[in-house]
Design a binder for this molecule. Sequence first.
Ligand code: PLP
Length: 362
Amino acid sequence: MKPYILLTPGPLTTSDTVKQVMMADWCTWDEDYNLHIVEEIRHNLVALATKKPELYTAILLQGSGTYCVEAVLGSAIAPQNRLLILSNGAYGDRMGTIAEYHKLNYDIIEFDEISQVSEVTLEEHLLKNPDITHVAVVHCETTTGVLNPLRKISRVVRKHGRKFIVDAMSSFGGVPMDVEELGIDFMISSANKCIQGVPGFGFIIARKSELLRCKGISPSLSLDIYAQWEAMEKGHGKWRFTSPTHVVRAFKQAMQELADEGGVEARNKRYVENHRILVEGMRSLGFETLLPDDIQSPIITSFLYPKKDFDFKSFYTQLKEKGFVIYPGKISQADTFRIGNIGDVYPKDFDRLIDAIRQTKY
Ligand SMILES: *Cc1c(COP(=O)(O)O)cnc(C)c1O
């Protein structure tokens, strides 16, 4: 059943119990599904996101995380609005691509991939461009593993009274945060990241007052977050179109397992410990990380090739045979590969990984 574990940040390694609950079928018309699975998930997601749940609501949407990012940008940015995207990697750039497709009025500031986005640059740009209405940023840039300074960015966005959109795809559930404290209006994540579900849908935690303004803006039928929310509210958990029932059932189990583990704080501790063992072990073998430790997330780590003629394919294949699947790099300025710390993986798995790498020829 488990030929190898995935050290890739989505899809990732899920528990056997999450996989087992998919061995049944659900009727989308029946309250066993709507009320007891979907509505419970929506309620619990909001509770996970903030201590002020009355101000927020959760929208679940078919597809991968990108569908949700596109749905939010397409539904929240009206023709009279102007969006500012802060990017330091592929996922920030993807928001720019979405803005292009949707012909949004937008600016993008591209920061170096191996540094954090800067709240100072943000503030300068907002002062020069008072017509910017929304600011969007990626929390953990999975391209490299940089954790962006959400608190500092949030302070500037709120000081200037702009709306705040955060792609917390690879951090929500694994890094503690409160959307209300951070002044976030739309937070986006997906089933197959730190909640440790299987892939198939994403979700948006939206400030209710801002979501209500999204009515009629989306140029897309299936990616309209207002319409999706309205159908879920009125139908008490009904999705507008066929919902990924097995995936949703697995997600409910994954949320239960997050609670059983002790919540986001406990999960974060485990990821931090996974990351510590990984980085200490890799450094003891002579590998170097791409990023300095102070901007590195506990989610995914990029390592530089240990030598010019490093054969990643061979390294990858040898590790896969030993039971570990890792990730190639995704940046142009350096030769790197990546190892994820998230999923149903534990410190003992990283001890075993370091042993396996020690026995690998590279
Ligand atoms: C995984 C991820 C996404 C979504 O990617 P999909 O391939 O659509 O699932 C978006 N942003 C970040 C930061 C991610 O890590």
